[in-house]
Design a protein around this ligand. Structure first.
Ligand SMILES: [Zn+2]
Length: 140
């Protein structure tokens, strides 16, 4: 009886842990998504500011000369692009984690090709890494 009880609580705890990790990853995902959209907004504003600065400069001086504030603004825009790329990498990691938790496998890495020689190759492998023979894609 105590054994049954232990089994029941074990599976219950496992379920709770899965749901917990799942919602944590989902929360993380929405955080990253909002960080990306904030950065994207900043980037758009910076580009507008950059355009406004160049416009004003041209109007005032009737020529274009790359000044420090312009260089700084371009640097700020690039920084946002970099940060967006970082967040997108992070998002990929969280999605991988989420797939692990929910049991969904990556569609690209999901299926594998087992060669007649017994070596297991990635689903997109053209040749067997074990024996070098051409793989026949039977899984679609
Ligand atoms: Zn093989």
């Amino acid at each position: 009886m105590s054994n049954f009880f232990k089994k029941a609580t074990d599976s219950l705890n496992k379920g709770v842990a899965t749901v917990g990790a799942n919602s944590k990853a989902l929360l993380e995902k929405s955080k990253i998504n909002s960080a990306i959209s904030n950065l994207e907004n900043e980037r758009v504003q910076l580009v507008q500011l950059l355009g406004q600065n160049i416009y004003n400069m041209y109007k005032a001086e009737n020529q274009l000369e790359v000044k420090e504030n312009i260089v700084n603004l371009i640097g700020e825009v690039d920084k946002r692009l970099e940060l967006i790329a970082q967040q997108q990498e992070l998002l990929k990691l969280v999605e991988q984690e989420l797939n692990l938790v929910t049991g969904n496998s990556n569609p690209i890495m999901g299926h594998s090709l087992t060669c007649p020689c017994g070596h297991e190759n990635p689903g997109d492998a053209k040749f067997c890494a074990g024996c070098g023979s051409q793989t026949t894609s039977t899984t679609t």
